[in-house]
Ligand binder design. Structure first.
Ligand code: FAD
Ligand code: NAG
Ligand code: NAG
Ligand code: NAG
Ligand code: NAG
Ligand code: NAG
Length: 496
């Protein structure tokens, strides 16, 4: 059962006299509770507060009631207890990259527990197990694992993303077809639960929690440390990029179907994605093997998608391949300060019907290609016959998309200083709708790491977690009946 290591923070809740609105009273009470437990926090109204609550996606700002910056696990436990006793919902923040600003609560009034100081990365060379703090960023993690022992884990491409949110909800990148999701590399996690206790979750200990954390982590606790089984970073790998030109809709339909068909034969070692935008098509990826192996593996796909107009195939050391795909340095500073203004959606499809492919391409060529909205879409060959993701049994983790062959991100954004256009959201909804509306009777998922704030709680539960939602809801009831860890789409979040 859960071990209780709970400090009686209640006694620290000495009555403080604060005057003003209920919001100010709550603010005063939580401030005092955090102070009494000596937990560092940002103070509302200061410049540091304004900076600290600036979201990655500036389209979705929210105002927390307090922001704690714990230095120790005890601080995290005490902060959780403060929130619980004062009836204030809590959101953890690691890298802050949530598309829906869920780490600020996804709504006003949360206690945010910022884990930026939990960023240590330590590899045990004997076991190959790495302990990684949730506040570490992907770039720094990859570098540290490489430097400490030429090791690696599977994860996404952008070095600024935080390990915490990424791993707890999937973690897909250019090694995932070969090595699985980031959460597939996880062997244990240290977690502070809603009751303030501190536990370890693994295959042998608190296994329901471990199952729930690997796909829906935000709803179950605050992870203070991850334990990953690393793998040997390959000595040399191939990274490739081919510019395509699909002049006609027929070419795009043929190309899309060829990508989907390729998931039936794509070797495990091959990782592939298509990036599209107006007049822009790039097929790129990573191959774990030799140049000859790569050429043989890609040939059946290139035969179907048309001769590339420009190609680049490079043989690189592992760490250089990550750098090349990131297109920026892997070293990320602690005071990381990068923001974007966007709306994005995702899809996870098992098999897109011919009719849906045609509708999708119609929208792409007739509407999207000439739209004034700045958009792109990334279609990843996520699953399929030889994918390491698909080989993990569906019920092994709460991540619900093992059977999805294709994974899509649809993104619309504006440049700094511009206002996100009102028609941007319906534009992307309709783009995604070409597939979801045409295939209403099929299982189509969405990826919570690309959280879409326009989904209602009920829709989100269904598409993010599919048939795993029911079991997640039961575990939530057992571990967090008061719904302390909450956001508008969290497990058991109420329909609004
Ligand atoms: C530029 C960019 C590139 C991206 N590239 C990829 C990619 O290649 N592949 C991919 O799969 N995804 C990618 N993503 C999506 C990314 O994986 C998610 O946004 C992820 O949730 C971010 O993690 P974070 O720790 O930075 O986010 P946060 O905003 O800090 O957290 C996200 C969610 O997790 C919860 N959470 C965070 N830390 C903890 C914790 N320690 N304990 C419990 N709950 C916690 C938060 O409350 C929130 O609900 C990208 C996102 C961006 C913005
Ligand atoms: C504000 O943040 C800066 C940079 O992190 C720090 O040096 C400074 O001490 C902070 N100020 C206060 C009042 O906390
Ligand atoms: C799509 O838009 C690009 C410019 O953004 C243009 O070059 C191309 O011809 C367009 N394609 C179609 C099929 O309209
Ligand atoms: C072809 O691709 C290479 C590498 O990506 C790039 O440097 C070059 O400019 C491209 N050439 C053309 C004609 O697009
Ligand atoms: C997963 O578990 C559920 C019960 O929780 C069961 O109905 C389903 O058949 C299982 N699916 C697979 C693929 O094992
Ligand atoms: C959904 O409907 C299509 C026809 O519109 C059919 O081909 C397909 O088999 C159906 N799928 C399921 C899962 O019922």
């Amino acid at each position: 059962m859960w071990n209780f290591i709970q400090k009686p923070v209640t006694v620290l809740l000495a009555a403080t006299v604060v005057t003003g609105s209920p919001q100010n009273l709550r603010r005063g009470a939580i401030h005092d509770c955090l102070s009494a437990a000596e937990i560092p926090q940002e103070i509302p109204g200061t410049d540091n507060w304004t900076q600290a609550i600036k979201p990655y996606n500036i389209r979705l700002p929210f105002t927390p009631v307090a922001l704690a910056v714990p230095e120790t696990v005890q601080h995290v436990q005490d902060a959780v207890t403060c929130g619980r006793e004062l009836g204030i919902t809590i959101s953890a923040r690691s890298g802050g990259h949530s598309y829906a600003s869920h780490s600020l609560g996804g709504e006003d009034g949360h206690l945010v527990i910022d884990l930026k100081l939990f960023h240590d990365i330590k590899l045990d060379p004997e076991t190959g197990i790495a302990q990684v703090g949730p506040g570490a960023r992907l770039g720094n993690t990859a570098l540290a694992l490489w430097e400490q022992g030429k090791k690696a884990i599977s994860h996404g491409t952008c070095p600024g993303v935080g390990v915490g949110g990424h791993v707890l909800h999937g973690g897909y990148g250019f090694s995932s077809h070969t090595r699985g999701l980031a959460l597939d590399n996880l062997v244990a996690a240290d977690v502070v639960l809603a009751d303030g206790s501190f536990v370890t979750a693994s295959a042998n200990e608190n296994c329901d929690l471990f199952w729930a954390l690997r796909g829906a982590g935000a709803s179950f606790g605050i992870v203070t440390k991850f334990h990953f089984q690393t793998f040997d970073a390959p000595e040399q790998i191939i990274i490739y990029s081919h510019d395509l030109k699909w002049q006609t809709k027929d070419a795009a339909i043929t190309g899309f179907k060829a990508l989907q068909d390729y998931t039936n034969i794509q070797p495990t070692e091959m990782n592939t994605r298509l990036l599209i935008a107006s007049g822009y098509f790039v097929l790129s990826g990573v191959y774990y093997g030799t140049q000859e192996g790569y050429e043989a593996a890609i040939a059946p796909l290139l035969e179907k998608v048309g001769t590339p107009t420009n190609s680049s195939v490079q043989n690189l050391a592992w760490i250089d391949s990550l750098r090349a795909n990131a297109q920026e340095p892997l070293e990320m500073p602690l005071d990381y300060d990068y923001h974007s203004n966007f709306f994005a959606k995702s899809l996870m499809t098992r098999w897109v019907t011919d009719e849906a492919v045609e509708k999708f391409v119609d929208y792409w060529y007739d509407i999207a290609n000439s739209s004034s909205i700045l958009w792109f879409a990334i279609i990843d060959l996520h699953g399929g016959v030889n994918s390491a993701i698909t080989k993990v049994p569906h019920n092994a983790t709460s991540y619900a998309h093992r059977s999805a062959t294709l994974k899509y991100e649809f993104n619309s954004l504006v440049f700094p200083g511009e206002t996100y256009p009102e028609n941007g959201i319906p534009f992307l909804n309709d783009f995604v709708g070409t597939i979801t509306e045409t295939m209403k009777n099929e299982t189509i998922g969405m990826y919570v790491n690309y959280a879409d704030p326009t989904l209602t709680a009920e829709q989100a539960h269904k598409v993010y977690w599919l048939d795993h939602y029911e079991r997640l809801a039961e575990i939530k009831e057992a571990l967090d009946p008061g719904k302390l860890f909450e956001n508008p789409q969290a497990i058991l979040s109420p329909e609004t």
